[in-house]
Design a protein. Structure first.
Length: 379
């Protein structure tokens, strides 16, 4: 119904009630009509149409953020796969094993025999916690570690971040995980546990120990042989000297009753025997010097082998001690209230906020339009 018809009906109703048409009816009608726009629908549209862009704009922004988050998530999945692949690489062997093993190399075929099913698992534990109070959480974590018989090797914390490096007995790892996990909400706890079988290092140690013990036994046998040969040679020399001294004694006894000619022979023979004894004693001295050099060398060699064997046994004990412990790190980071809400809202929190704003602006637009149309109701 157009505006002229509405005004005519109004005046007609008034005229019926009054039973008369007022004077100046046409003038008054034209005056009233002139005060209204010719097309009110366009005025309403031009006045309120900008509001419709608010919900559309916020909806577009929400869709854009959703798209960005989705593509970002896909990229992060690829990065996480790469990081997971890197993390599954065997951890480097500790320097303490490298240094001792490298000093005692031996030939061994590549790979370990499948028949050796022993496991010497070295476990590493890494966790990250997010909290509203980093310092308080660090104190609680350190208390748990110490109560489980662990040792704090490094610790620091600030307002936004913290870090703890520690060692605990392997038997207490599960208790540590439970205790630390209970300090924060599940979504704010992340752990990574990796283990490596140190069987190859253990086999190297055992092979080195076996070869070193064999070398020690051979050296000890060589030393015994040197001593035996030396004693045999010295005994032979001393036997010769004994024989010659016996002959000299016999000649000296004969010398008392011999004539001048015989005494001259005895004297020459005794001198000859004494010269031979002196030569044998020189050989004994040379043998003693040679023996001393040999025995010193073999003793030094045995000492070095025994020291190496002791180092290998210490290395073996260190490996077993290392396997019996867990090296761990815990990183702490501050989390905002927005991040807390975002963690428990499915999808990106910003998307939901933008959708809510878009919906609220749409309701506002509807309300504004309703008020505008109601203002034109003359009934």
């Amino acid at each position: 119904m157009n505006k002229n018809k509405i005004i005519q009906n109004k005046f007609k109703s008034w005229g019926i009630n009054k039973k008369e048409i007022p004077s100046g009816n046409e003038v008054l009608k034209r005056e009233i009509i002139s005060r209204f726009p010719t097309e009110p629908e366009k005025i309403i549209s031009s006045k309120h149409s900008p509001l419709i862009w608010l919900p559309l704009t916020f909806t577009a922004m929400a869709v854009f953020v959703l798209f960005v988050n989705f593509t970002g998530y896909s990229n992060n999945v690829g990065k996480q796969d790469t990081q997971t692949q890197l993390q599954t690489e065997p951890a480097p062997t500790s320097d303490i094993y490298k240094s001792t093993v490298s000093t005692m190399p031996f030939y061994r075929e590549e790979g370990s025999s499948i028949s050796d099913t022993r496991e010497f698992l070295k476990v590493n534990y890494n966790a990250s916690l997010r909290t509203r109070n980093v310092s308080d959480l660090r104190i609680k974590v350190e208390s748990i570690i110490r109560n489980l018989g662990g040792r704090i090797d490094y610790s620091n914390s600030g307002e936004k971040n913290g870090y703890i490096n520690f060692v605990i007995p392997k038997s207490n790892l599960e208790s540590l995980k439970i205790g630390v996990k209970d300090l924060v909400w599940t979504k704010f706890y992340n752990e990574q546990i990796n283990s490596q079988n140190l069987l190859s290092e253990k086999q190297i140690i055992e092979e080195n120990q076996k070869q070193t013990e064999t070398k020690l036994n051979n050296s000890q046998m060589e030393r015994a042989q040197i001593i035996g040969n030396h004693n045999s040679i010295i005994a032979s020399y001393k036997g010769e000297i004994l024989i010659k001294n016996t002959e000299i004694n016999t000649l000296n006894m004969e010398y008392q009753y011999a004539n001048m000619w015989r005494k001259s022979e005895i004297t020459n023979r005794v001198n000859q025997l004494q010269t031979e004894i002196n030569a044998i004693q020189a050989k004994i001295e040379n043998e003693n010097r040679s023996y001393q050099e040999k025995i010193n060398n073999i003793n030094s060699q045995i000492k070095n082998i025994q020291e190496n064997l002791g180092a290998i046994k210490i290395q073996d004990a260190n490996l077993l001690d290392n396997v019996a412990t867990v090296n761990g790190t815990i990183s702490l980071s501050w989390i905002s209230l927005w991040a807390i809400a975002d963690a428990y809202v499915p999808g990106a929190l910003l998307v939901w906020v933008l959708f809510l704003v878009a919906f609220a602006s749409f309701l506002w637009y509807r309300h504004s339009m309703r008020v505008s149309y109601n203002s034109l109701d003359f009934s």
